[in-house]
Design a protein around this ligand. Sequence first.
Ligand code: NAD
Length: 350
Amino acid sequence: MMDANQFRGHEQLVYLHDKESGLKAFIAVHDTSLGPAAGGCRMWNYDSELEALNDVLRLSRGMSHKNAVAGLKLGGGKAVIIGNSRTDKSEALFRALGRMIDSLGGKYISAEDVGISVEDMEIAAEETRYVAGLTKGAHASGDPSPYTATGVYLGIKAAVKHKFGQDNVEGLSVAVQGVGHVGYHLCKHLHEGGAKLLVSDINQDALDRVAQEFGAEIMDRDAIISADVDIFSPCALGAVINDDSIDHIKAKIIAGAANNQLARDDHGQALMDRGILYAPDYVINAGGIINVAAETRGAYDVDWVKAKVDRIYETLTVIFDRSVSEARPTNRIADELAEEIIEKARAAKA
Ligand code: NAD
């Protein structure tokens, strides 16, 4: 059954079953106090509509938090399409999605997420202007990964300063799980900053590239999380911090790009109890959404993007300091910071 608490705070929920194209989708607008609700569209083979509904409500609330802490004038929203992204895509489906987004009149701005490509969104964009994350057109922002990687690197530096009192990553060891789009650029920054790299991936070509270019040591896929390093940087999968892995982590800092790194919220407390500093995922990986958000402001302005990405260092420093002074885990502090920002905007509007 649906947990009624899931609806807490949501402004609008739309369901569409377009018989012609077969599109079955939800759009959830969580909060627009800061601005239009922005968040990607996910396509997933959900077992039921209820599962999709739970996901869209949870993810849209997460986007409110992420956008608020990133200092964006955007609220939180999300779309989910129920279907198999390998077999169920069609032009008609994405046109129907575009019309569905357009029907909200700009209250929700979409982009790519799991299972959705730039090409899919370009079809939707023919039916609505409320789509960002495009590679073509007047305001196109292109690949967000380099900005995400820069933000993660700055976040690692903020964590290093807080934990070790050091201003750079010189001489520190970093285990990077996943050297794809973000992981590759992050390895480049870390290598240039003088860190020693240990890496894992399921793609041998990606591993060979970072080994060759940055002298990274390749590790066994299952061993990376328990590597004896200063910093563990998850840049592949979600839920890597879980009941099975948490006791084996030797790193003193966890700071990476992956979404939803904690399997459960209370793993944040467990990390704190073990003396491990955790950089909340949606704070440190906001570079990508910042880059996408630039499109929603009109002409793409790279200096605006860089200035916002630079702020990730200060935001994390505030979160780390508050975590110490209030003796509460960093993930809780981040959520509260987000809610404070949203509440302030809500009060100013009232
Ligand atoms: P990507 O698909 O380019 O890279 C992920 C890499 O992880 C791939 O090389 C893949 O082979 C590897 N991988 C998969 N399973 C693995 C495993 N079990 N062990 C080790 N490696 C494994 O994705 P990306 O764009 O680099 O994003 C990385 C993570 O960061 C994802 O969780 C993504 O949701 C998150 N993120 C990305 C952005 C962005 O701008 N791209 C923004 C915010 C968050």
